[in-house]
Ligand binder design. Structure first.
Ligand code: ZN
Length: 690
């Protein structure tokens, strides 16, 4: 190694000193002022080395450690005033050529300085790590030093003091040296792959704490491998990081700007109504009545999203819509989720079944990752920050994960503070959740909300919840089957070459997925619509106020926010900075469809009133009305004495005020008897108030 250092130094020593003096004046001044406590490292961009000398840049890439020593030597040598000694300062390199993904790493890269791109899946607690162990020999009483590698540990077999073969030692803590250290696990971006391949990366000195679980990063460092223990035929790679760069823009990996004209053409309606195009581009194999189209439109608007902004008092108003789909088997809800995940420029997917909190949101976990006891692991919702996270089988998410999901949905941020871990993870993520109704299918005489299989705290956090039933109408069923068979036929013909792909328009989405992803990314990044017209604002406020006053149990303010988010998303589809009347109408019609779907819009309540508190509290207005009315009914019908239960049920069913199925009325009477408000005879035929 030192031979290489000497060779590089003798050839390039002056160049390196020049480079630092010419290009790094400001950075050096900062290092002088902060060294050694606040900053100990100077970061040099590889492109600057390339600008100075191509061969030196090659050395930096393939002999990074030796080149680094030369830069550190130059740093210590160059003149910087009388009082500063930088001989202990470090130099690191960043941004070497194009970033590689984890599957692209090859054995040839070992020992080289490379940049790798990925997402931090896990980060250990930050702890001092041993770099130089001082040991005292029990036999001769002398002290000796053992330098420690970045990865693993050096344990001497015998005393290193000449002629002493002692084999037992005591660590001398105060004479050993430590460096701040953190181990992170980098995985592929969740929307690019299933993300099983990983690279563990050591962050040292100034770098620990510079990234959090869930961050998307480019990390420059030296790729290393453990080939010393011979325990594996396929050695693991790991990296010693030089520089860490967190992605600042949201979608830098997508080629967005070159397709701008195409996006504008779609937005301006040159290929037809853009909203219809979007509906036809999401899971084209799933068709059905206008409800499916509404669900797809809602998903499309969710992908475009409203936008998040500060209210000025430290609070933020959320831009993301959360949507739930509760469907019977065979209604294609999982396919809808998969399609949405594919289209979203940022996405994650998790099944609620068997998923831990760490898998769903994020959690501090205790395991053998790194040398610290605890590490912070990012789950699907955190990894999909600024994108969409699909949660299938959301009804099966366990209690611990669920409570953290509530926080993620509402605050869009998760805080962790324990055992050396201090992090706040952002999760500005839209959730698209799917689940099964309580009995697997919807039962007619039970209220829809009771069958959602979601507790009130969770369902109240969704902007929209839709139900999908398999058994609606025969005609539709046939239409779907026709479509299904035709898809199979056409895809077969295309595969055999009998039909040109462009003729088989049933198969391909209206807008190709890659275009759609980029279009959404472009709109999310560049378009920030607001309702500019005060009159529109007033009209919406009026509509809202009217609905609230019409309804005995009001539509809540959260729903007004929901409409605002969907309207903004609708304007984004047109790439317009202005929310217009149609955007608002589109959002209102989606909300109405949702309320109707859950039977909390007009048809459900006898007075034509909306009862939204049911959604939030799990108790609907009809239930309360029934509980109030039935005791009076028993009293009147029995004239203070016993009355036949059948008669109470019959009269209650006829009552406009109650309007509940027989099963529910009998259950209410049973409840009264069970909790002692009423009594019954031996055969349970008659009832009397107590
Ligand atoms: Zn010894």
């Amino acid at each position: 190694m030192s031979g290489t250092v000497d060779r590089i130094w003798s050839q390039y020593g002056y160049d390196i000193e020049d480079l630092l003096r010419d290009y790094y004046q400001d950075e050096l001044a900062e290092l002088y002022s902060k060294f050694p406590n606040e900053q100990s490292t100077l970061t040099v961009e590889w492109s600057d080395i390339l600008r100075k000398d191509m061969e030196l840049a090659d050395y930096a890439a393939v002999k990074p450690d030796a080149t680094q020593r030369c830069f550190e030597k130059a740093l210590a040598d160059i003149d910087k005033g009388p009082d500063i000694d930088l001989s202990d300062a470090h130099v690191q390199f960043k941004d070497v050529e194009q970033p590689l993904t984890i599957p692209e790493l090859k054995g040839d890269d070992v020992g080289n300085l490379i940049t790798v791109r990925g997402q931090v899946a896990k980060a250990s607690a930050i702890k001092p790590r041993l770099t130089k162990a001082t040991l005292r020999c029990d036999s001769c009483g002398g002290n000796f030093e053992v330098h420690q590698p970045v990865h693993g540990m050096n344990k001497p077999n015998r005393c290193l003091i000449t002629d002493c073969n002692g084999q037992s030692f005591e660590p001398v803590f105060e004479e050993s040296e430590f460096v701040e250290h953190q181990l992170i696990r980098l995985k592929e971006m969740p929307e690019d792959a299933d993300g099983d391949e990983y690279l563990d990366i050591h962050l040292r000195r100034d770098l620990p704490g510079s990234v959090k679980a869930g961050d998307r990063v480019d990390i420059t460092g030296v790729l290393q491998t453990d080939f010393d223990d011979f325990e594996k035929v396929i050695p693991d790679f790991w990296m010693d990081a030089h520089a860490v760069q967190t992605h600042e823009t949201d979608y830098e990996d997508l080629d967005v700007n070159s397709q701008k004209e195409e996006f504008e053409a779609i937005a301006n309606g040159e290929y037809g109504n853009p909203y219809e195009l979007l509906i036809d581009s999401i899971a084209p194999s799933i068709t059905g009545d206008d409800k499916i189209r509404t669900v797809k439109l809602a998903i499309a608007l969710q992908l475009f999203g409203g936008w998040r902004r500060p209210y000025g008092d430290g609070r933020y108003v959320r831009g993301d819509s959360h949507i739930g789909i509760i469907g019977e088997a065979g209604t294609g809800k999982s396919s809808l989720l998969e399609a949405a995940e594919k289209i979203s420029p940022r996405s994650g997917f998790v099944s609620g079944k068997n998923a831990s909190q760490a898998g769903v949101t994020a959690a501090a976990v205790r395991d053998d990752f790194g040398d610290t006891e605890w590490s912070l692991e990012a789950g699907a919702v955190v990894k999909a920050h600024k994108g969409l996270c699909c949660i299938d089988e959301i009804d099966k998410v366990d209690d611990k994960a669920l409570s953290s999901l509530h926080t993620a949905l509402e605050k869009q941020r998760l805080e962790f503070n324990k055992a050396g871990i201090d992090a706040s993870l952002r999760c500005e993520t839209s959730i698209l959740g799917a689940g099964n109704p309580t009995n697997g299918e919807f039962i007619d005489d039970v209220g829809v909300i009771e069958q959602l299989n979601m507790e009130p705290p969770l369902r109240s956090r969704f902007d929209l919840i839709f139900t999908l039933r398999d058994d609606e109408v025969y005609e539709k069923d046939k239409q779907i089957s026709d479509h299904q068979l035709k898809m199979r036929q056409l895809s077969g013909l295309v595969e055999r070459g009998d039909v040109e792909p462009e003729e088989a328009d049933l198969i391909s989405p209206e807008i190709p997925i890659e275009t759609l992803r980029a279009y959404i990314a472009y709109a999310r990044e560049n378009v920030r619509p607001v309702i500019e017209d005060d009159e529109l604002n007033e009209e919406l406020a009026d509509w809202f106020a009217t609905e609230r006053s019409n309804a005995s149990k009001s539509i809540n303010r959260r729903m007004l926010e929901g409409i605002a988010r969907l309207s903004e998303a609708s304007a984004r589809v047109r790439l317009s900075e202005t929310v217009n009347e149609n955007d608002i109408e589109r959002a209102k019609s989606i909300l109405k469809r949702f309320l109707k779907d859950l039977e909390i819009w007009y048809p459900q309540n006898q007075d034509g009133q909306t009862d939204v508190t049911h959604l939030e509290t799990g108790v609907d207005q009809g239930d309360r009305e029934m509980a109030r009315t039935i005791p009076g009914l028993i009293e009147t019908l029995g004239d203070g004495e016993r009355v036949e239960i059948d008669e109470v049920v019959r009269v209650a069913q006829e009552s406009e005020r109650i309007n509940k199925p027989e099963r529910k009325i009998r259950k209410e009477i049973r409840n009264m008897i069970d909790d002692g408000r009423a009594t019954t005879d031996m055969t349970d035929d008659e009832v009397r108030l107590l």
